[in-house]
Design a binder for this molecule. Structure first.
Ligand SMILES: NC(=O)c1ccc[n+]([C@@H]2O[C@H](COP(=O)([O-])OP(=O)(O)OC[C@H]3O[C@@H](n4cnc5c(N)ncnc54)[C@H](O)[C@@H]3O)[C@@H](O)[C@H]2O)c1
Length: 445
């Protein structure tokens, strides 16, 4: 098939590459010159494992190219289907901004009736019906097909999705979608566009529930006799619960869960539908980054204002450059306001970008120089270099008695227990001594 993918962000560019890998002839459409420029040279505009290599290969084999204008590309050689993956960012009140989707659909409407239209952007329930009322000729060839990929494993998720949800108004569209996805084998849920839209919000909200619930559990697990890691491991081993997203820490700070939970909350409020669970999930999440400063206040009291603080990591995830809702964006400015000095080590950002993103901090080229003389350490990203560091050696650089606040619960608890520092995690992680020999884990004969 000849496929246009409009919007070359995290979803669009990984989708364009994946459709090209399926054997389709793909054209990525991007209006932002800063994203289009690298694409034209065969370079990925966003960070995603494996993307650069696969994109270069797809361009080299002639299956994938990029351009600015959908209409011009369609005029040269008509597309069979246009896949729309533009942004739906949050507005001030939390609701989804649909302006990018509206603009593309209006342009696509001028190219009808020749092609199929597949909307992948996350939109509130009822959006497709509202847009189809504005563009009725689109209805028989329209699908709402939400995307469920995880940043960090996007290409694998495109190749082997957990499910494909097809919100359609007519039968032939299902055949087109099956051809588009080709050999991908997974369960299909074929439903109405509005159900598909709701399914996307419900999925993201449930993942957010798991994270906020883990943070509430962590508040119940703070004494030495209880270990949050063991508790969540035991609970997550139940297949009815599952261990994914049972992650206490700074809360959800990727680009989707904060915006999608807020958008669903606004959507419900506009219809006078109460959402007590969702409200609590969002409230817990908003409070979570503030717990870094609370922990420092509890440990350092009045000395906090004179303390020098080392921040290790600024990204939400090591494998993604997406900073749109990263907890560091609120935690680091608070530290700058409340403490004497803040140095930041973030291996994926140069010092100029770091100091521009976080005014008032000093960017450090390595972990050791960031830690030198610091009274407190705050870990915001689970970089392997941080997890695998020789903390026994690094602790000697700190100005004692020092505090380590592990915002990601990623340092090794056994190692922390032996250090001359106060280690604070979200919930207790330091192993308690098991004294009863009958419960010790001696090898069984
Ligand atoms: N990022 C994720 O992990 C993820 C996962 C699942 C679903 N989603 C949803 O998918 C959608 C896209 O997400 P994203 O993270 O890729 O967004 P993004 O903001 O990174 O990318 C959107 C791109 O669309 C481009 N664009 C906007 N209007 C355009 C137009 N008229 N013509 C050409 N290009 C245009 C923008 O310049 C931008 O590069 C959102 O609705 C999001 O909620 C995202």
């Amino acid at each position: 098939m000849r496929v246009a993918v409009v919007g070359q962000g995290y979803v669009g560019v990984t989708g364009a590459v994946s459709f090209a890998r399926q054997g389709h002839q793909v054209c990525g459409i991007e209006q932002d010159a800063d994203r289009l420029r690298p694409l034209a040279l065969g370079r990925a505009p966003v960070e995603e494992p494996g993307l650069q290599q696969e994109l270069a290969l797809a361009v080299e084999t002639g299956r994938l190219r990029f351009t600015e204008s959908l209409a011009c590309a369609h005029a040269r050689q008509p597309f069979d289907v246009v896949v729309i993956a533009v942004g739906t960012p949050p507005q001030e009140d939390g609701s989804a901004d649909l302006s990018q989707v509206r603009t593309v659909l209006s342009e696509v409407a001028t190219l009808l009736p020749a092609l199929y239209v597949v909307l992948k952007s996350t939109v509130p329930p009822g959006t497709s019906e509202m847009l189809l009322a504005e563009h009725p000729t689109m209805r028989p060839r329209y699908a709402y097909n939400p995307e469920f990929l995880n940043q960090g494993s996007a290409l694998d998720d495109w190749a082997a999705p957990s499910r494909i949800v097809a919100g359609v108004c007519s039968e032939p569209v299902i055949g087109m979608l099956r051809e588009l996805y080709g050999l991908v084998a997974c369960p299909w849920v074929v439903t109405t566009p509005t159900s598909a839209e709701m399914a996307k919000y419900v999925s993201n909200t449930f993942l957010a529930v798991k994270i906020s619930f883990s943070n509430e559990v962590a508040r119940l697990c703070t004494t030495p006799e209880v270990n949050i890691d063991d508790v969540l491991c035991a609970a997550g081993a139940d297949p009815r619960i599952g261990s994914a997203f049972l992650q206490p820490g700074l809360g959800f700070g990727d680009s989707c869960l904060p915006k999608d939970t807020a958008a669903l909350q606004r959507w419900a409020a506009a219809r006078d539908i109460a959402t007590p669970v969702l409200d609590a999930v969002i409230a817990v999440n908003r409070a979570q980054p503030r717990r870094v400063l609370e922990a420092l206040r509890e440990e350092l009291g009045d000395e906090l204002a004179q303390a020098e603080v080392a921040v290790l990591g600024a990204r939400y995830e090591p494998w993604s450059d997406d900073m749109r809702a990263a907890p560091s964006l609120s935690v680091i400015p608070e530290l700058v306001t409340e403490t004497a000095a803040v140095r930041v080590w973030e291996p994926a950002m140069d010092s100029g970008r770091l100091e521009q993103l976080f005014p008032g901090v000093r960017a450090c080229p390595d972990m050791r120089s960031a830690l030198r003389g610091a009274r407190a350490v705050v870990v915001l990203t689970e970089w392997p270099q941080i997890i695998e560091a020789d903390w026994g050696g690094l602790a000697t650089e700190l100005a004692g008695p020092a505090v380590i606040v592990d915002g990601k619960n990623c340092l090794q608890p056994g190692q922390m227990a032996g250090l001359p520092v106060t280690y604070r995690s979200t919930g207790n992680r330091v192993p308690a001594h098991i004294s009863d020999s009958s419960t010790s884990s001696a090898p069984t004969p």
